[in-house]
Design a protein around this ligand. Structure first.
Ligand code: ZN
Ligand code: FE
Length: 243
């Protein structure tokens, strides 16, 4: 499994997920066409599907332009996002599995940020990655625009059950701000201090902080680590205004 990170807009990440055994490629999220098309051309890829994580325009605005330019005929999103995800052709349900090249893919319905949010869990032998959109960020979670703290808590639990070595690829580079908040919530968490040092080094060199891993999120992420929905909700409200 090869994953190309495509930064676009101010701080978004799209991804090209390549199965090197079969030469197929999927695109995760397309808020802006040019950077995606440039990355596809640069790496000589032929994507055949767009996997949309949720309906927000910074993740889907270029779905139709990218599909047209690359002759892509399949765009997946959650069944409840029908009509909200441009160009959607396939409706995914929670836990639905499908194969793609040599990958096994499982769609996890993870409401909270939006009600139709989907995380794509991709495995190939002992390699695993999950594309979490704006639900799970490195060291954070998305704002609760549509769901309740309980929805997000349950989504965090579902992601927490993935194998610890699963690499986490999220929708935005928010890691340094998220870790500042994590350190405020848990000042004595040594894993958070270590993560801050690593993120600083990466960002200073202009590198993305993705991927993280599920194990790393369990050790550092104040929303993954919330004991219950009430605690998650309190942390989320505090984070909304945290500077
Ligand atoms: Zn977003
Ligand atoms: Fe979003």
């Amino acid at each position: 499994m090869r994953i190309e990170i495509v930064p676009y807009l101010k701080d978004n990440y799209g991804y090209l997920v390549v199965c090197e055994k079969t030469n197929v490629c999927a695109i995760v999220d397309t808020g802006e066409a040019a950077p995606i098309l440039a990355a596809v051309a640069k790496h000589g890829l032929s994507p055949s599907v767009i996997w949309s994580t949720h309906h927000h325009p910074d993740h889907t605005a270029a779905n139709e332009d990218v599909a047209k330019a690359l002759k892509i005929t399949e765009i997946t999103a959650h069944t409840s996002d029908r009509g909200r995800v441009p160009g959607q052709t396939r409706e995914l349900r929670d836990g639905e599995t499908f194969s793609f090249g040599s990958f096994a893919v499982r769609a996890l319905h993870v409401p909270g940020h939006t009600m139709g949010a989907v995380a794509y869990f991709v495995s190939d032998g002992d390699e695993r990655a999950v594309f979490t959109g704006d639900t799970l960020f490195v060291a954070g979670c998305g704002r609760l625009f549509e769901g309740t703290p309980e929805d997000m808590f349950n989504s965090m639990r579902e992601l927490a059950e993935l194998p610890g070595d699963t690499r986490v690829y999220c929708g935005h580079e928010y890691t340094e701000a998220n870790l500042r908040f994590a350190a405020n919530v848990e000042p004595d968490n040594a894993a958070v201090s270590a993560a801050i040092a690593r993120a600083k080094t990466k960002r200073a060199g202009g590198a993305p902080t993705v991927p993280s891993t599920i194990a790393e999120e369990l050790a550092t992420n104040p929303f993954m680590r919330a004991k219950n929905a009430v605690e998650l909700g309190q942390r989320r409200s505090r984070k909304d205004t945290f500077k």
